[in-house]
Design a protein around this ligand. Structure first.
Ligand code: GLV
Ligand code: MN
Ligand code: MN
Length: 439
């Protein structure tokens, strides 16, 4: 492999210290190394078998049977890539490769393989399999990197970036008690995956403990496709907060209770859902808000619902915007409660902090894409990612590839095989560039 020093000498730039860091990260690196695209796409097809549903996507909820089987297969792939493989105390799959300089912190890259209910075959899968393919390519070509390399498949990304929060130290006792979509608590889930909650502190990485974190992911929106761009360079990842909202009314006979004597929790829930939409859309900005789940109790056609439990989710790049939207929603909920004799209780169930990506990594990704003849565009991520937790530990960067039709968290999520290959080659080149260029 061409070393950074050689590349600089060729360019007559041996006095690299005189170059501004931003310029340094953008210099040509020209590694001829490429990933095996056919192999990458074959592994994507194979992974899609675990938890496959009739619509063509997957339901691979964290801690489910499908998740466990997929993880087992993925671990064998990490081993085949020549990495020392373990399940850490938080239940994440980690594969390690030694660097030539023992004093250096690892370059970490990876993603997740759990899915939402009725999800697709690319969200998380691509970044995970790409990370393994990159490590395998480096191993097969006997490339020595100065930094140790770590491939990580984080557990339960879809339930609130759980595995990466264990690394950043942001997973509380209360989080461990939360029940996930598979019906298990996170504490139970970690044990099921082969982790050990009593040793959770051992996976924690203090700020500065990694040289860099890189994640390839599908865009999950339509910007890249609509602008005919090959590679997205993520500028920042939104913060995301979840609440469980319980609305208490009074269950009563649906035939004999006059309409003006009801304390109907379902009516309050309907008004609440519309109000959330109004509050979120009534100010400028890219903030979003969703009521995505609802359950009415006791849940019979002939009983007025006495209780409704629903979810509220708010996202923005600025945590202060989320906090102020929440305050406005709570105030408005009180008003709805007063109008129809119901009460609202809000319980916070998840909070992921917004995070900007690292400018040097953005530049490195852009330079890597340019050398591969690929176009780039900078854009924020409206989806949550493990990278946002990793950004609290060290520099984090994200590479996006186009999602056809901008569809994601749905069975027909699709990214073209050539885009999967492009993104993985950009990941490979960026890992090598960061390895060569970090001072
Ligand atoms: C994770 O995929 C999220 O943004 O919900
Ligand atoms: Mn997702
Ligand atoms: Mn994802």
């Amino acid at each position: 492999m061409t070393s950074r020093r050689e590349a600089l000498r060729r360019l007559g730039l041996a006095g690299a210290a005189a170059i501004l860091p931003r310029q340094l990260w953008a210099l040509p690196l020209s590694s001829p190394l490429r990933i095996n695209g056919e192999r990458l796409n074959a592994t994507l097809t194979k992974l899609s078998e675990f938890g496959r549903n009739p619509q063509g996507g997957v339901t691979r909820l964290a801690y489910s049977e499908a998740d466990l089987h997929a993880r087992e297969w993925t671990m064998s792939l990490v081993r085949e890539a020549g990495l020392r493989t373990e399940i850490d105390a938080a239940g994440n799959i980690v594969g390690r490769r030694t660097g030539t300089d023992a004093s250096r912190k690892p370059i970490v890259f990876g993603s997740h393989i759990d899915s939402v209910p009725e999800g697709g075959n690319y969200d998380g899968d691509l970044g995970s399999l790409a990370a393994i393919e990159v490590a395998r390519t480096i191993e097969e070509h006997h490339v020595d990197t100065r930094h140790p390399l770590e491939v990580v498949i984080f557990q339960n990304e879809e339930g609130g970036v759980v595995g990466s929060r264990a690394w950043s130290g942001d997973l509380s006792e209360q989080d461990l008690a939360n029940v996930t979509r598979s019906g298990k608590t996170i504490r139970e889930g970690i044990a099921i995956l082969g982790g050990d909650v009593s040793r959770l502190a051992s996976v924690r990485r203090t700020p500065g403990a990694i040289a860099a974190y890189l994640e390839l992911h599908i865009e999950q929106g339509a910007v890249l496709q609509e602008t005919d761009t090959d590679i997205g360079v993520v500028t920042g990842i939104v913060g995301l907060n979840w609440w469980e909202v319980t609305i208490d009314g009074f269950a009563n006979h649906a035939g004999t209770t006059p309409m003006d004597r009801r304390r109907d929790a379902m009516i309050a829930a309907a008004k609440f859902t519309l109000m959330v939409n109004r509050v979120v859309t009534s100010r400028p900005g890219r903030q979003v808000g969703t009521v995505g789940r609802i359950a009415a109790f006791p849940g019979a056609p002939n009983v007025i619902p006495g209780k409704v439990v629903l979810s509220l989710e708010l996202r923005d790049l600025d945590a202060a915007v989320i906090a102020s939207l929440y305050d406005e929603i709570v105030e408005n909920a009180k008003k709805i409660g007063r109008e129809n004799g119901t009460t609202f209780i809000f319980k916070a169930t998840n909070a992921n902090r917004p995070a900007p990506t690292d400018e040097r990594l953005r530049v490195a990704i852009e330079a890597s894409a340019r050398e591969l003849g690929l176009s780039t565009r900078r854009l924020p991520s409206g989806a949550g990612h493990d990278a946002q937790e990793m950004a609290h530990i060290g520099p984090a960067g994200m590479i996006f590839v186009p999602s056809v039709g901008g569809i994601s968290h749905a069975p027909n999520e699709f990214t073209k095989p050539k885009d999967c290959v492009n993104g993985t080659n950009v990941l490979l080149q960026t890992v090598l560039r960061v390895d060569a260029e970090l001072p």
